[in-house]
Design a protein around this ligand. Structure first.
Ligand SMILES: Nc1ncnc2c1ncn2[C@@H]1O[C@H](COP(=O)(O)OP(=O)(O)OP(=O)(O)O)[C@@H](O)[C@H]1O
Length: 296
């Protein structure tokens, strides 16, 4: 991916200084329903999902990313606890995919850290990130179109000991039995929903502790999304920390316990889904003009 070339080619961890740049950013507004907060500030509501067990979180702290010479993430803090679905919402261009690509090792941050279960993954290459238990399903389910479904799944097991791959593939297909009869088909001939299932299954082959799903519902029929929602809930119930990235809030509020809103590279809201369901107007502040795009 040519994005790697946009970043410095060092593998050293970037500086950890990721405080907000302006005094205006310090004007955090805590509300009873959730916390509107400035970039780089830790949550102030005392209900951080990792409270008491930080080693079980995937933690992004003070993450800054530049693409094409322009800053697109300005010091993002976010936590994904194991066993739960966490949602990251934001309008087009907010920086959601950039965050996923950076956590997955496909983009290098200029500042900040990515730590999973206590392991510092900042700046590691994608295969090392995967080996550390973090799997990403990129936007637009990028399966290998010319390879069969079976080969796509086998390739996804490249980081595992060879003898463990068949069992890992079988376990992933068990999650999506729809794939069972499609194993010989070239992945490019699958429907959008089937490709999304294959992309999710590929991520599962690596036996992740954390799963980042970028735009689960993009371009999919509601009936397909309805099929995928309980699967993600079930994966979380099995102990995986799921980060669900969505432009629209309907699916996210159904699944996620905790929600972050990203606006132009900054986290502008952090709170529980319940708080947002009770007070949907909270999103207007966080989303600025983007709330009118929501189909929730
Ligand atoms: N390859 C690239 N080179 C340079 N800038 C990019 C590149 N990809 C994205 N950007 C810019 O980075 C910013 C964040 O984009 P990103 O794709 O992360 O947002 P997003 O929230 O995922 O949006 P969407 O929901 O539309 O996918 C945008 O300003 C975008 O124009």
């Amino acid at each position: 991916m040519d994005d790697m070339n946009e970043e410095p080619q060092t593998t050293a961890s970037p500086p950890r200084d990721a405080r907000p740049e302006t005094a205006a950013n310090n004007a955090a507004q805590s509300t009873e329903q959730g916390t509107a907060r400035p970039t780089g500030q830790p949550a102030e509501d005392g209900a951080a999902p990792s409270a008491g067990q930080p080693a079980e979180d995937l933690r992004v702290e003070g993450l800054k990313v530049t693409r094409g010479g322009r800053a697109v993430l300005h010091g993002v803090d976010l936590a994904v606890p194991r066993g739960k679905v966490t949602a990251l919402l934001g309008a087009n261009g907010a920086g959601k995919s950039s965050l996923v690509l950076t956590v997955a090792g496909l983009l290098r941050p200029t500042a900040g850290t990515v730590v999973a279960g206590g392991d510092d993954l900042t700046g590691l290459r994608p295969e090392r990130v995967r080996a550390a238990g973090v799997a990403a399903v990129p936007e637009g389910h990028r399966v290998l179109a010319d390879l069969s479904v079976a080969d796509n799944l086998r390739v996804a097991g490249a980081g595992l000991p060879k003898r463990e791959v068949p069992a890992a593939v079988a376990a992933a297909v068990e999650v999506f039995p729809e794939l069972h009869d499609l194993t010989d088909r070239p992945a490019g001939t699958l429907s959008g929903g089937q490709q999304q299932m294959l992309a999710l299954a590929q991520a599962l082959v690596a036996r992740p502790r954390y799963l980042l799903v970028d735009e689960l519902s993009l371009g999919l029929a509601p009936v397909v999304v309805a099929r995928l929602v309980p699967v993600l809930a079930d994966l979380a119930a099995r102990g995986i920390g799921v980060l669900l990235i969505e432009q629209f809030m309907g699916v996210a509020l159904k699944l996620a316990e905790r929600v972050y809103v990203l606006d132009r590279g900054r986290i502008t809201y952090e709170g529980t889904s319940q708080q947002l369901r009770d007070s949907p107007d909270l999103l207007h502040t966080a989303y600025l003009g983007a709330a009118s795009n929501s189909n929730a």
